[in-house]
Design a protein around this ligand. Structure first.
Ligand SMILES: [Zn+2]
Length: 259
């Protein structure tokens, strides 16, 4: 199996923002050795991600799940289990808790939805992609309930402080950084103190475009800007950071494929 040059572990290339040039972007990614995981947020988009991954060739993967703010639907375990068995599906999510966009009285619904996806991840032995905004305490508490069961995953678009990061790391999770690290110093401490073998880079495209392209649509092709900033903050070379973040992604998401 080939190895990626850069690995953008979280993108939404299935979104309509890419309807005119999706194929072109995927072609360029292939040429530049940029791999990605296309992440679903509900039933429809999860299926879209799997379909894209099936035709996207080597280095294009999918994650299936239900985002906490996708209201109004029950988690259809049978539907997701079927999708999740596809070889190109390397994770369950994005799932988790979001108290930034939702009201407090939605927390119990979100917790139930999250736990169903944790159970699916354990059942099929694939890692989680976790979305968490303004609910780190609750998310850490839920993940602690499953400690010792072999649950793995990534805290995507990491938005917490070092104390919170350390708790996730202690539970065995990895964290990934997105565009905001290129225009705020807020995450510098976490970037510096987290072990190099537990961090990854992501774009969350089409959102959260890094400097110097801030304000435009984001693409997996820009993931190098995130890696560059991680290298700068840690005071290590770009090459070393590329190597580590890509290796970490392979180890977490492709352990069944690589070994
Ligand atoms: Zn996302």
């Amino acid at each position: 199996m080939m190895k990626p040059k850069l690995f953008d572990i979280h993108s939404h290339l299935n979104f309509p923002q890419f309807k005119d040039d999706r194929e072109e972007i995927i072609k360029k990614m292939r040429e530049e050795g940029i791999w990605t995981i296309c992440v679903g947020v509900d039933e429809k988009t999860s299926l879209e991600c799997v379909t894209l991954a099936d035709s996207g060739g080597e280095g294009f993967f999918a994650s299936v799940g239900m985002h906490p703010t996708e209201n109004g639907n029950e988690f259809n375990m049978e539907y997701y289990r079927k999708l999740a068995r596809n070889q190109k599906v390397v994770a369950i999510g994005e799932c988790g808790l979001d108290m930034f966009r939702q009201k407090k009285d939605d927390l119990e619904r979100q917790k139930k939805l999250f736990k169903k996806q944790i159970e699916l991840a354990l059942e099929i032995d694939k890692p989680l992609i976790i979305h968490c905004r303004e609910s780190h305490k609750e998310t850490i508490s839920i993940l602690s309930e499953y400690a010792g069961k072999g649950l793995m995953g990534d805290i995507h678009f990491f938005s917490g402080n070092w104390e919170e990061a350390r708790k996730y790391l202690d539970l065995g999770f990895s964290i990934s950084f997105a565009g905001p690290i290129t225009f705020t110093k807020e995450y510098d401490e976490v970037i510096k103190r987290a072990p190099l073998e537990r961090i990854m880079a992501e774009t969350d495209s089409p959102f959260a475009t890094p400097v110097p392209r801030r304000g435009k649509r984001n693409e997996p092709l820009f993931v190098g800007e995130i890696v560059k900033k991680i290298a700068f903050v840690r005071g290590i070379s770009f090459e070393e950071t590329v190597k580590a973040t890509s290796a970490n992604a392979l180890k977490l998401f492709l352990k069944n494929v690589i070994n």
